[in-house]
Design a protein around this ligand. Structure first.
Ligand code: F0G
Length: 315
């Protein structure tokens, strides 16, 4: 089931920044990312409206989610992803759920431009976050946070195509309670909203947010302005540090992009906020390659007790 994800207190992180911090574990959604909240709505609407198929451009998670929900709905699903640039787990998901997986020799922004043109010509429903049903589903995460916490001062959230920050802000406004500062974080090499202009060749280890021209640009800027928030950049090393630190010290394994909000919090501190939520958008198992490439290494060992002792005790 989508949503109702855990909101976990983060004692070590709270201690480091001197404020109460919670982690919203969106990796607990059915396909392992927040996309499911909106995808169930978008695919249901497509089915109701008589679409023959659904399609999306994706850095991976939207593809995995669209593939799963299309399968469930009995619709054909097609996903267009940047060739060689999506995490292995996401690719496996899209394929196993039976979607047509198209590897574009171009980046996410090119893929989105092409699918927008394609759906003008064919009766195929577009399920990227330009689809308003996606935001309606995704805003429910804000409702859950308001229900559980009541007062909240700041929300740290990764920003890629900028649908999720838009959805959260919509949710907080509709919840009519606490309105936190929206603190959006992009990767330094893919930070168009920070630079104020599209980035032609976005690059970052956080492949999920490797996006140079977000579709929800205006809405994200409005969320920032209306909430007295900010959209800022964090470097790849900062993202990877936060990613490893969360796994090692909070016991929470998220994917690299998801750690960008925490990286931002660690860089900027609490900035006067006393209650903060960091949205961890996707599960760490989505991207085993980054985990294996940027964490410790395994210890080989002969099958005898002396060798095992040395390996375990490090003597
Ligand atoms: N975190 C993860 C894990 C994501 O997959 C995405 C976006 C974001 C954050 C950023 O959310 O785009 O709404 O600002 N992934 C999209 C995809 C682009 O195709 O899976 P956003």
């Amino acid at each position: 089931m989508e949503g109702s994800t855990p909101l976990v207190p983060a004692p070590r992180l709270s201690e480091r920044v001197g404020a109460d911090v919670w982690l919203k574990i969106e990796g607990a959604n059915p396909t392992g990312s927040f996309k499911d909240r909106g995808m169930t709505c978008a695919v249901s609407a497509a089915l109701r409206d008589g679409a023959e198929a659904v399609i999306c451009a994706s850095t991976g998670n939207t593809a995995a989610s669209a593939a799963a929900y299309a399968g469930r709905a009995g619709l054909r699903g097609a996903v267009i992803v940047p060739e060689g640039k999506i995490a292995t787990g996401k690719l496996a998901q899209a394929l196993v759920h039976g979607a047509q997986v198209i590897a574009l020799r171009g980046n996410f922004d090119a893929a989105l431009t092409l699918v927008r043109e394609l759906v003008q010509r064919h009766p195929i429903a577009l399920v990227n976050s330009v689809n308003p049903f996606r935001l309606e589903g995704q805003k429910t995460a804000a409702f859950e946070i308001v229900d559980e916490l009541g007062e909240l001062d700041a929300l740290c959230i990764p920003v890629g195509n900028a649908g999720n920050i838009t959805a959260y802000w919509k949710g907080f406004k509709e919840a009519d309670g606490s309105r936190p500062r929206m603190l959006g974080y992009q990767a330094e090499g893919a930070a168009p909203l920070v630079h104020g202009e599209p980035v032609e060749n976005p690059e970052t280890v956080a492949s999920a947010i490797r996006i140079g021209n977000p579709a929800r640009w205006e809405e994200a800027m409005a969320a920032m302005t209306e909430s007295s928030g900010a959209i800022r950049a964090v470097s790849d090393p900062e993202i990877l540090d936060a990613y490893r630190w969360l796994a090692a010290h909070e016991g929470v394994f998220c994917e690299p992009a998801s750690a960008s909000g925490v990286a931002g919090l660690l860089r900027n501190g609490a900035e006067g906020a006393s209650r903060i939520v960091c949205v961890l958008t996707g599960h760490g198992l989505k991207d085993p390659q980054v985990a294996l490439g940027h964490a410790g290494s395994v210890v080989p060992c002969e099958p005898d007790i002396a060798a095992v002792e040395r390996a375990v005790l490090g003597s």
